[in-house]
Design a protein around this ligand. Sequence first.
Ligand SMILES: Cc1cc2nc3c(=O)[nH]c(=O)nc-3n(C[C@H](O)[C@H](O)[C@H](O)COP(=O)(O)OP(=O)(O)OC[C@H]3O[C@@H](n4cnc5c(N)ncnc54)[C@H](O)[C@@H]3O)c2cc1C
Length: 499
Amino acid sequence: MVVGGGTAGWMCAAALSAAVPRTCEIVLIESEDIGTIGVGEATVPAIRFFNDQIGLDEAEMIRACEATFKLGIDFRGWGHKDNRYFHGFGDFGDHHEGISGYQIWRRLRDLGDDTPLDAYSLPTQMAYAGRFFPPNPDPRSPMHNYRYAFHFDASLYAAHLRKHCEARGVKRINARIGEVRLRPEDGFIDGVVLDDGRLETADFFIDCSGFRGLLIEGALKTGYTDWSHWLPVDRAWAVPTERTGSILPYTISQAHESGWQWRIPLQHRTGNGYVYSSRFVDDDAARDILTRNLDAPTLKDPFQVRFTTGHRNRFWSKNCVCVGLASGFIEPLESTSINFIQNVIVRFLEFYPTLNHAPVVEDQFNSLILSEYERVRDFIILHYRLNSRTDGELWRYCADMAIPDDLAARIALFRYGGRTIEHERDSFKSPSWISIFHGQGVVPQTYDHLADRIDADALKALAAKRRREIADIVPRLPAHDQFIAAHCASPAFLKRQPA
Ligand SMILES: Cc1cc2nc3c(=O)[nH]c(=O)nc-3n(C[C@H](O)[C@H](O)[C@H](O)COP(=O)(O)OP(=O)(O)OC[C@H]3O[C@@H](n4cnc5c(N)ncnc54)[C@H](O)[C@@H]3O)c2cc1C
């Protein structure tokens, strides 16, 4: 049984309906009265794999969810007030004889070449030119070395998944759960009591009930680990605005004095929000910052969301696994939350339970999920830690705070020789870490000396070739709007297009 019908609940139901034995009945309970959180509209490229695995047609999904393409995030004011850099979904050129494009760039810098690193990132150049085209799967193509994600309307994505799930036999119950009943003999969940008094039982429960964690916390009392000393933002104001101008193929993250503002372009509107720390700014002032920094009229009043960054102490407890906001939350700076839903589902299927509970399975699952959560946490802390802004208490606090040992070691390693550490399941690989380090001003003392293997003139020629390819390709690609209009426009998009 899946409890909750937000993005997490419907993603779980969709994945289960595609993967578990057909004899397993999947029931999802959600309450339309309670509703969903109403934010969560930017994704990372792995979402394409998820959609593909559950059998969604991409163009159909884009049309149904008013989605647009996302090539990365444009960070403005991060590091220092006038700074701007791009975290693109791609590498800085191909590897040559095992040497990464970044290390080639770093060595060329020692040889007196001051070409900006961004010149080697195709998604960055496409994004800044407002253009979009999908990568070419052929690794010999200069168009292959990048990926893309989506911005979508979260409620439409859940509705799209619901339609998909119901067509595959998932049973949906619209009701409020008033009580979670435990088995007296072992404390496992027996069932949930609905507001009309009905008892719904199941063998296994997936808690997707949002921040309240109805089962995992409300009934099983697993406890919560608070990480807000490392990530102090804890509230957001969110507001949609009218669509304006051409649609950018990227998210904007604009840092302000006490937090940062997102701008997520969709086909029919733009999503905006200001994420801030209540320790450093009050709610009214934060709302004011958001409304003063919008580029179009609002479509409704701003609404507030509160959260505590951290995670449940157990992601799997007895016959319950928590997914989505029920499992914890790391603020939305790199759109990691929906990606984490996907990662937890994949792990759950790898550890798919039997009716005989095996604590070893539960423990192993918990330890793997926790280490994945911690690595995402460290990636987000990195953005705050590498800053020299002095105009807000938030930034001064973050520049000085103690950070996790693993992250401190990663920063030291990069500062020395531009090296990064990758784990198999990392959501953010080396090019992402490099984008943040580089974008926020860290230039390693030295480069990987394996790069000396390639003759300096050959390196210069390789780099020049890559720059020429990008300069040739980008102006010939369609504008993002044109690509949407030709392949996956929603009726709302077409209505607004100039004739
Ligand atoms: C400010 C902010 C911005 C974010 N931006 C992003 C982003 O850009 N990208 C990203 O990946 N993620 C983002 N997230 C996270 C993202 O919103 C969530 O991961 C995603 O929406 C999943 O939410 P959910 O399904 O876990 O919870 P919810 O959407 O809260 O759904 C909970 C469900 O449980 C049901 N429910 C609760 N109690 C009961 C009950 N008693 N009886 C019956 N049903 C019940 C509700 O009706 C609802 O259906 C953001 C989060 C915040 C706070």
